[in-house]
Design a protein around this ligand. Structure first.
Ligand SMILES: Cc1cc2nc3c(=O)[nH]c(=O)nc-3n(C[C@H](O)[C@H](O)[C@H](O)COP(=O)(O)OP(=O)(O)OC[C@H]3O[C@@H](n4cnc5c(N)ncnc54)[C@H](O)[C@@H]3O)c2cc1C
Length: 405
């Protein structure tokens, strides 16, 4: 079977790996290029996504992937703090994060061995379903035929719009500005953050519905596998960095180029602990970006054809949940499983229908869970609640309940 995948992001590449190793012909179209060097943000992949990747990747690539990230022991908690960096509460979990890996290394690892199956800098414009085959038309007018087309283009997917008639997401009203600071907090003169980040992530709640998420990524400090166990594929190791993301209401968040964004964030956190205000200036200017937080509307039911859709293209997961990439990988795993052993169009359509039903079974819940962390900011926005919740440090359990509602 020949499968055309539109989009070499996380889900598209995971699918391509799985299908390629199952013996299918795969062609991936990607409008961008494969990033080199440090790029993007650190992703956390949950245990489900890691289990899928283990199944989809050949063993030597799997061990190299693990060696390119940080394993479970490095993150033991999510700590809630106020804007003065005072500890409020924490969320501890047994399997808190299984693999933390930069988006660049993850995509490079997922492209390993199939890089010649990807046509980079090539944009897919539309699809067409014929009686025997299906095709995509590229933006230069070229047509490519296959047996199945998978839209894996993330949010703003043109094929999703063609298939389902709408973009399938809404704005949450929140905007994020994020950046990455090269180095470890210890070396950067951020002692209070260093202490707070030692056991895991930090979520700081400020006034006016502002919240900042912080995480340190240091693959050399805690690789998830003994380097001696790594096979012939070399790990893709990044130098240590700290990522931050300030989320707030659209009307208050800065706009403009990276200098304007950094200046705007400095102003917004001016009354916070001074270490927050130092982050924009320490950041790699190229890493500073602003993006709207969008969330999928309910995944619709559609008549199955030889065109299907996975990942953010069908269920845009807001980054506040930290689970969108994991869910795209989960989709890819189900799709590979469903179509691997099919032959003929009728069987393929039955398999695709089964994949779509399975994906619908969890996607809406994943999106709903990912929107929840935005609610605590709205709840804390009321001056009375903010004062009580952040002032009464001994009442951490109260905040914890508040956060979880
Ligand atoms: C700051 C931030 C932090 C995040 N942290 C986490 C985290 O810790 N854990 C987690 O699980 N998730 C996280 N996410 C979410 C995660 O990045 C996304 O949910 C995930 O990348 C979705 O995967 P995807 O394959 O659906 O789409 P993408 O990874 O977005 O890939 C889509 C690809 O399709 C390409 N494309 C688009 N249109 C076309 C076209 N017409 N033709 C050809 N190619 C096209 C794009 O260039 C892109 O490469 C985070 C997101 C952000 C913004």
């Amino acid at each position: 079977m020949k499968v055309i995948i539109s989009g070499a992001g996380i889900g598209g590449l995971a699918l391509a790996q799985g299908l390629h190793h199952a013996g299918h012909e795969v062609v991936v179209f990607e409008r961008g290029t494969l990033p080199e060097g440090p790029s993007g943000y650190r992703l956390r992949l949950d245990s489900r996504a890691v289990a899928v990747l283990r199944r989809l990747l050949p063993p030597e690539l799997w061990t190299a992937l693990l060696a390119s990230g940080v394993g479970a022991g490095a993150i033991q908690r999510l700590g809630y703090h106020d804007q003065h960096l005072r500890f409020l509460a924490e969320d501890r979990r047994e399997d808190f994060d299984v693999l933390m890996i930069g988006r660049g290394p993850l995509r490079r690892m997922l492209a390993h061995g199939i890089v010649d199956r990807v046509r980079w800098s090539t944009t897919v414009a539309s699809y067409d379903v014929g009686p025997e085959s299906v095709s995509v038309t590229l933006s230069d007018g070229t047509v490519e035929h296959g047996d199945l087309v998978v839209s894996a283009e993330g949010v703003h997917s043109p094929l999703r719009v063609q298939l389902l008639g709408d973009a399938g997401y809404r704005s949450t009203g929140s905007i994020a500005v994020s950046g990455r600071v090269p180095g470890r907090p210890t070396d950067l003169g951020l002692p209070v953050m260093d202490e707070a980040l030692r056991l895991g992530y930090l979520l700081a709640s400020g006034p006016h519905e502002l919240g900042m998420f912080l995480a340190v990524h240091d693959p050399s400090a805690g690789p998830s596998i003994d380097p001696a166990a790594v096979g012939p594929v070399a790990p893709d190791l990044e130098d240590a960095y700290l990522t931050w993301g300030l989320i707030g209401p659209e009307s208050d968040m800065p706009t403009g180029d990276d200098a304007a964004l950094r200046h705007g964030v400095e102003q917004l956190v001016a009354s916070w602990h001074p270490e927050f205000g130092r982050l924009p200036g320490l950041s790699d200017p190229a890493s500073v970006q602003r993006y709207g937080i969008t969330a999928a509307t309910e995944v619709p039911i559609w008549p199955t054809t030889a065109v299907t859709v996975l990942g953010d293209a069908v269920h845009a997961v807001p980054p506040s949940g930290g689970i969108g990439a994991s869910t795209a990988i989960r989709d890819a795993g189900h799709l590979v499983e469903a179509i691997s052993a099919t032959s003929g169009r009728a069987e393929l359509l039955r398999a695709l229908h089964s994949y779509e039903q399975t994906m619908r079974g969890y996607a809406d819940q994943v999106v709903a869970d990912s929107v929840k962390p935005l609610h605590w900011q709205h709840q804390l926005a009321s001056p009375a609640v903010h004062t009580v919740a952040t002032g009464v440090l001994a009442g951490a359990q109260g905040l914890r309940r508040l956060v979880r509602r």
